[in-house]
Design a protein around this ligand. Structure first.
Ligand code: ADP
Length: 296
């Protein structure tokens, strides 16, 4: 049984396409990154899974339960952080979390444990919190009942880098204890730190689903060279840029031995070979897509 399984899930808002024929399977125990630019259909997918909006066609199950028929039951087992958190502003953090905890059967409230880990002041009023801190409250709220599945919509937007790091550590710890995690992001370098698999969505359609490792290794190396370099005419070189300080940068998916041989005949000062960030991988992927459309 898959933790999430969608079958041609489609949602139109009137004539506007939200998502179209989305087929996804999320396995128990994995951290799945759902990535794509703004407007790609991430929230629509998530909100459909949570039965906050109805699909136009297609179907889906969460923990083996039907997203429409069994939605109440599903909510007992999942934690959800919406993209935009809105709260009763005049409550304190403690009041809000205690109020939320009452909705679940779970006895383990974990309010103080989680607040400590997130360095959250329980006595503060919600209205006095920064966006980042409001997000933290939302995350704690989603984790209160030790959900089997966590669904997080753009969880890290609004978090400073330090908080993001803490947040990822907590997610990893939750995942180690068996919680499956499905989270969306438009920030790919983030996803890369955490996910086992990624699904790429654009214009409401899934472009690709891939193991994180495979995606990274199959694609490009990022090469930077400083020195006197001329005529690096080699298959697999893309996006050559010469920086102000004379350093050349490019993406490379050819034979690395050939590149080294070429370079051995020139005088270089320094050489860097790096893994590209997912942004770079992703941008290239999109360009390929668009090229194909142009040629068709
Ligand atoms: P993402 O979460 O990836 O940013 P969304 O799922 O919010 O993308 O949006 C997917 C598409 O659906 C976009 O074209 C968006 O404009 C449209 N859309 C989303 N919500 C609504 C809505 N309530 N009414 C009309 N169109 C919507």
């Amino acid at each position: 049984m898959y933790t999430i399984e969608t079958e041609n899930l489609t949602k139109y808002y009137g004539n506007t396409r939200g998502i179209e024929n989305v087929n996804l399977t999320i396995k128990e125990g994995e951290i799945f990154g759902f990535i794509g630019p703004n407007g790609a259909g991430k929230s629509t997918t998530i909100r459909t899974l949570l039965n906050l909006i109805f699909p136009t066609s297609g179907k889906a199950t969460v923990l083996g339960l039907d997203i429409i028929q069994d939605s109440r039951k599903i909510k007992q087992y999942i934690g959800y952080l919406p993209a935009e958190v809105g709260y009763y502003d005049d409550m304190t953090v403690r009041e809000l979390l205690e109020y939320s905890a009452r909705f679940y059967d779970s006895k383990e409230h974990r309010i103080s444990e989680l607040s400590e880990r997130f360095d959250l002041d329980l006595s503060r009023k919600i209205e006095d919190l920064s966006l980042g801190n409001k997000k933290k409250v939302g995350i704690v709220q989603a984790l209160l009942h030790k959900p089997k599945l966590l669904i997080l919509d753009e969880p890290t937007s609004g978090l400073d880098p330090l908080m993001q790091k803490t947040f990822f550590e907590i997610l990893k710890a939750e995942n180690k204890q068996g919680t499956t995690i499905f989270f969306s992001s438009h920030n790919l370098s983030e996803v890369q730190k955490l996910c086992h698999r990624v699904g790429i969505i654009k214009n409401g359609t899934i472009l690709q689903v891939e193991e994180m490792e495979a995606l990274r290794s199959r694609l490009f190396k990022k090469i930077r060279i400083s020195g006197e370099i001329h005529d690096l005419d080699l298959k697999g070189i893309l996006h050559v840029e010469t920086k102000d300080n004379g350093t050349q940068e490019f993406l490379f998916n050819g034979d690395i031995n050939q590149l080294i041989q070429k370079l051995s005949k020139t005088q270089i000062d320094n050489l860097w070979i790096e893994e590209p960030t997912l942004e770079e991988v992703f941008i290239h992927y999109y360009e390929k897509e668009e090229d194909q459309h142009e040629h068709n």
